[in-house]
Design a protein around this ligand. Structure first.
Ligand SMILES: [Fe+2]
Length: 227
């Protein structure tokens, strides 16, 4: 299977002025695309070639793991954001209040974890093995699905996510992040209405005379370069 860069679920300028078009073009079109392209190159002719993204994450290490996990994490990150103001559903809000005391306390705890995280990584809200909400930080490419936890949403704290707009001021990026969370999507995952269908794969085509292969190759190429 060939992994592909998913299109953003909104326009490149949709998150401005909080996250600029320039940031999205670099972050999606260079960084995220780079992980996808490297992954496809690394798994070619290996045991990982026919695996889903999730399977690769569970079974690989080193560069293949890093590029697969970064592909997965970014696929998810884009879906957690949106230009429209949304609110958590009643069941999610109730769970957040029960776990953290209040919505404000949850945001404060999440923000502090994000601001205090050393180096590159990701800050997550997850459902743990006891069906409880938890804030987790992972470094570099690491992801909660390695441990079979269900991510509800994530904040990318790699500098490439905010350096163009906020330079080294991670706290300013975190503050603005709250205005962009797509709570509708997060609530749907929480309530089991949305599954983490984040593997974006295209079948490999080995027959150059097959018009369908040509179509899929074109589609893949467009997705890789559309940003
Ligand atoms: Fe990123």
């Amino acid at each position: 299977m060939k992994h592909r860069l998913p299109q953003l679920p909104y326009e490149m300028d949709a998150l401005a002025p909080h996250i600029s078009e320039e940031t999205l073009r670099y972050h999606h079109g260079k960084h995220h695309a780079g992980y996808v392209n490297k992954l496809n190159a690394l798994i070619k002719d290996t045991e990982y070639e026919e695996m889903s993204l999730e399977q690769i994450i569970h079974q690989s290490d080193g560069a293949i793991f890093n590029n697969a996990a970064q592909t997965f994490n970014h696929n998810f990150y884009w879906k957690c954001l949106g230009p429209k103001k949304t609110d958590p559903s009643e069941p999610l809000l109730k769970a957040l209040k029960e776990t953290f005391g209040s919505m404000e306390a949850f945001k404060e705890a999440f923000s502090q974890k994000a601001i205090g995280h050393f180096g590159s990584g990701w800050i997550w809200l997850v459902i743990d093995e006891h069906e409880k909400l938890q804030i987790q930080a992972t470094s570099n490419a690491h992801t909660p699905i390695e441990h079979h936890l269900t991510p509800l949403f994530v904040c990318d704290v790699w500098e490439h996510a905010y350096y163009i707009d906020y330079r080294n001021e991670r706290a300013a990026y975190i503050e603005t992040f709250w205005m962009l969370v797509n709570w509708e999507y997060v609530s749907q995952i929480f309530e089991g209405k949305e599954h983490l269908r984040l593997s974006t794969t295209l079948p490999l085509c080995n027959n150059p005379d097959d018009p369908m292969c040509e179509y899929l190759d074109d589609l893949s190429h467009q997705d890789m370069t559309s940003s």
